[in-house]
Write a protein that binds this ligand. Structure first.
Ligand code: AMO
Length: 435
């Protein structure tokens, strides 16, 4: 066996036929039919067949057929064109080496026909991620996030990174993880809200972050995580929330477009990705209430939309040909303290929905410090806890606004995935902290 050097990807080209090649990968399956054995090797590019012939080398044959599945091996051999092999070629081994022997039995099968329970899969996520269809989700995730950077760079945004350990809750409410920070109490950031707004006072007037959200939400649902990621954006010198909605719909469109180019992964997942048309429908909260009540619900003005209402609204909008829609101008009291009021009762806010699931929410923000202090108090919070944030509003703060757009929620809708836990590598939920 030759010393391990940079191995070939299993994605072998016809240029390799009849040549000696050196490959490495996981042993996905071994089929031994007596005189001949087929070993399926796998790496991130796909699979390849190694065909061992007993009469060519009985000793090698016995050794290779006894390798436990999912062990990592490297093989030296001749690459032969073969119409019968799965890729149109096979490797006839001269030699092989076990780089890491897998224990048996496996805690989870990689190519088993029977689908395991989600919990078993997540307990053994490193093996679950060996499956082509699971890898496909994260390859698409990688591509769509790359398109976020491309799109926002073209729109003159810069990427920022703000603290995750913070001194005051950014979204209000009780859904906050408290931690000990030496002698003080601190929190894990529910979002970069306060910091991205503070950036608007710096002159860097268009910023975004691929942010972590930590939320101590007690409920365990198919679309909530306690640790999730989002595209968080803030922009200044806006004339209203419409300016932000335009950026958001353009972003969603370009991410969807990029995903539609991931042909191989979409095929593995057996999904259809149809790029939505712009602009997305805008419907005010008042109109949404009317529509829902005309469709059999009994909502009063000011009511929040729960899961049932969101689902129903998504169905109605889908029937009208709008899978994506903005609901705008929510009641002020339904939105966080930093949201710009519109008149007495409304706010310059919006949520982006897709088939009944909220993907993003955003608003124009208050930039007048006195009004901001007043709203903090009305929301039951203490302005003293926001001193450093409020200070940035006192020395020149332009009108601004932004949004938070959940990446896992986006993937769920893009790929029609039923449980959000499938869209993040190692999910954190009410009961899961390991792995
Ligand atoms: P909001 O709380 O609505 O807004 O969050 C924005 C988006 O983030 C996603 N999201 C979640 N995804 C999974 N699990 C969760 N627990 C979870 N919580 C939120 C959703 C949601 O639409 N600061 C504002 C945004 C802004 O105004 O800029 C905020 O955090 O897709």
């Amino acid at each position: 066996m030759k010393i391990l050097r940079s191995h070939y990807s299993l994605d072998v080209s016809s240029k390799e036929f009849e040549k000696n090649i050196f490959i490495s990968g996981w042993v996905e399956d071994i089929r031994n039919i007596g005189s001949i054995a087929f070993i399926i090797l796998r790496d991130k590019k796909g699979t390849l067949q190694v065909t061992a012939l007993k009469k060519k080398n009985p000793e090698l044959f016995e050794k290779i057929v006894s390798i436990p599945r999912e062990s990592v091996i490297s093989v030296n051999g001749i690459c032969k064109k073969s119409d019968k092999a799965r890729n149109g070629y096979e490797i006839i081994p001269d030699d092989f080496k076990i780089l890491s022997k897998a224990e048996t039995p496996l805690p989870l099968g990689v190519v088993d026909k029977v689908e395991s329970e989600l919990d078993t899969r997540l307990d053994n996520r490193f093996i679950d991620l060996r499956k082509q269809n699971i890898q496909a989700i994260f390859k698409i995730r990688n591509e769509v996030i790359a398109s976020v950077h491309d799109y926002l760079k073209k729109k003159d945004f810069i990427e920022i990174h703000t603290p995750n350990i913070i001194a005051s809750s950014s979204e209000g409410g009780t859904d906050v993880f408290k931690i000990k920070y030496f002698e003080k109490d601190a929190f894990l950031a529910q979002s970069p809200q306060l910091y991205k707004q503070m950036m608007m006072a710096t002159g860097l007037d268009r910023v975004y972050e691929i942010a972590w959200y930590f939320r101590a939400e007690d409920h365990n649902t198919r679309r909530h995580l306690n640790e999730s990621t989002a595209v968080d954006l803030e922009m200044a010198f806006i004339s209203g929330e419409e300016d932000i909605m335009k950026i958001l719909e353009g972003l969603v469109h370009s991410m969807w477009m990029k995903a539609s180019e991931c042909k191989e992964e979409i095929e593995i997942l057996e999904k259809k990705v149809i790029v939505p048309k712009l602009p997305f429908k805008r419907i005010s909260y008042d109109e949404a209430i009317d529509i829902l009540n005309k469709n059999g619900l009994e909502l009063s003005w000011g009511d929040d939309f729960g899961t049932e209402e969101e689902k129903k609204f998504g169905e109605i909008m889908k029937k009208k040909g709008s899978e994506f829609y903005f609901i705008t101008k929510y009641p002020l009291e339904a939105k966080p303290f930093y949201t710009m009021p519109e008149g007495e009762k409304l706010s310059r806010s919006f949520d982006l929905g897709c088939k009944g699931v909220e993907l993003a929410s955003g608003s124009q923000r208050i930039h007048d410090v006195e009004l901001l202090k007043e709203r903090i108090k009305i929301c039951g919070l203490n302005p003293k806890n926001f001193d450093a944030y409020l200070k940035t509003f006192r020395y020149g703060m332009p009108p601004h606004g932004g949004f938070g757009f959940g990446i896992e929620r986006f993937l769920m809708e893009l790929l029609d995935i039923k449980n959000i836990r499938e869209c993040i590598l190692f999910p954190r939920d009410r009961t899961r902290l390991i792995p």
